[in-house]
Design a protein. Structure first.
Length: 333
C-alpha cells in the first residue's frame, strides 16, 4: 500500500525540548533523540497518546532532504484540521479549506504530503460512500490534487468500487422494476450529488458520463409514472459540468420538460385558453341568429396547438428510441 501513517514529529521534538526554529541543529537533535530512546521503557516514546518508535523517527530525520521536510512538518503542525485529518482520519471539510489554501500549487509539498494523505482519503471515501453521503464525498474530492500518481490508485479504490457497482445497478433498472429497484438508487434521486460528479478526478471521466446516461434513461423510462423523481434527478443533471455537448443538450431539453419551464409549454397553455375563448364566442354568435344551421359547421381543429401539446411525449420517444448513445442495449455492453 503506497501510503504512510502520519504522526507529527514536531510533537516529539517539543516533548524532548528540541527547538525547531531557525537555530535547529540536526546533528544535535539526533544525539538527543538517541539518548531519549535509550532511556525510554520498551524502546518507544509515548506523547499525548501517540507512540514514536526509534525506527520510524530515525527513518524520517535521516532523509537527505529532512531540513526541507521539517518545514512541511511545521506547516502541518500549525494546521490543526490537516493534522487531525492525517492522524485521526477525521476533518471538517469546510473549515479545512483555509488551511489547505496556502499549501496549494507547491509540487515539493505535494510529493511529501501525498503518501500521508492516501490512507485518510481512502478511509473517508469508504465511510462517505458506504452511507451514500455524496455531498461530503464531493467536498473531499476538492483536495484530490494533492494526491500524486503513486498514491492515487490506493486513495481512489473505494470510489472506483462504488461507481462500478452503481453502473451495474443502474443498467438493470427499467420502467417495470423501478419501484422495486428505487431504494438501491435513491441516492441518485434524493441526495445532492452534482458536486460529487463535478469534482470527480479525471480518471473517472468516462465512468461519470456512463452513469449520467443511465440516469437520463431511467428518467425517460419513468417520466410518466414518477415525474417528481425525474425532476429531482434532472435538477442534479442540469448542474453537471464538463459533460459532452450531446449529453448536455439532452439534459437541458429534458429538464425543460420535467420542470415545465419551456416556452412552448407556456405558450401552448395560453394558446389553448385563447382558442377556447374564441370557440365559445363563435358558439354564442351562432346561437344568436347565425343563418347557417348548427349541423353545417365544420369541426374546429387546432393542429398547431395539438402539435405543441404532444411535443413532450414525442421528445421522450425520440430520446428513448434513438440508436444514439442513449440506447440502453448499445451503450454499455
Amino acid at each position: 500500500m503506497a501510503s504512510k501513517q502520519y504522526i507529527s514529529i514536531i510533537r516529539l521534538f517539543d516533548h524532548c525540548g528540541i527547538s525547531t526554529v531557525d537555530d535547529f541543529n540536526l546533528s544535535r537533535a539526533k544525539k538527543q533523540l538517541q539518548a531519549e530512546f535509550g532511556i525510554a521503557q520498551g524502546g518507544f516514546i509515548e506523547v499525548d497518546g501517540y507512540t514514536y518508535t526509534r525506527h520510524d523517527v530515525f527513518e524520517e530525520i535521516e532523509q537527505p532532504d529532512f531540513p526541507k521536510r521539517l518545514v512541511f512538518h511545521k506547516q502541518i503542525w500549525d494546521s490543526p484540521q490537516i493534522l487531525q485529518l492525517l492522524e485521526k482520519n477525521t476533518v471538517d471539510l469546510i473549515s479545512v479549506q483555509d488551511e489547505f489554501a496556502p499549501l496549494c500549487g507547491n509540487k515539493e509539498f505535494d510529493e511529501f504530503f501525498s503518501p500521508y494523505l492516501a490512507g485518510p482519503f481512502n478511509y473517508l471515501s469508504r465511510t462517505f460512500l458506504a452511507d451514500a453521503r455524496l455531498k461530503e464525498m464531493g467536498d473531499l474530492l476538492n483536495y484530490e490534487d494533492f494526491l500524486q500518481p503513486a498514491e492515487r490508485e490506493v486513495a481512489f479504490r473505494p470510489l472506483r468500487v462504488f461507481l462500478e457497482e452503481n453502473i451495474r445497478i443502474l443498467r438493470n433498472v427499467n420502467g417495470e422494476n423501478y419501484s422495486m429497484m428505487r431504494p438501491k438508487i435513491s441516492h441518485w434521486i434524493e441526495r445532492d450529488w452534482y458536486v460529487f460528479f463535478n469534482n470527480l478526478p479525471h480518471e473517472f471521466y468516462d465512468t461519470k458520463n456512463d452513469i449520467t446516461v443511465w440516469v437520463i434513461n431511467i428518467g425517460v423510462e419513468v417520466q410518466k409514472s414518477h415525474r417528481r423523481d425525474c425532476k429531482r434527478m434532472s435538477e442534479q443533471l442540469i448542474a453537471l459540468q464538463d459533460t459532452p455537448e450531446s449529453l448536455r443538450t439532452t439534459i437541458v431539453s429534458n429538464h425543460a420538460v420535467y420542470s415545465g419551464s419551456s416556452s412552448w409549454s407556456l405558450s401552448g397553455r395560453n394558446a389553448f385558453w385563447m382558442i377556447w375563448v374564441v370557440f365559445m364566442l363563435i358558439r354564442a354568435i351562432s346561437s344568436n341568429g347565425c343563418s347557417e344551421s348548427k349541423s353545417s359547421y365544420k369541426e374546429f381543429s387546432y393542429p398547431h396547438l395539438k402539435n405543441k401539446l404532444h411535443f413532450q411525449d414525442s421528445l421522450f420517444r425520440i430520446i428513448k428510441d434513438s440508436s444514439f448513445r442513449f440506447n440502453r442495449d448499445s451503450l454499455l455492453k
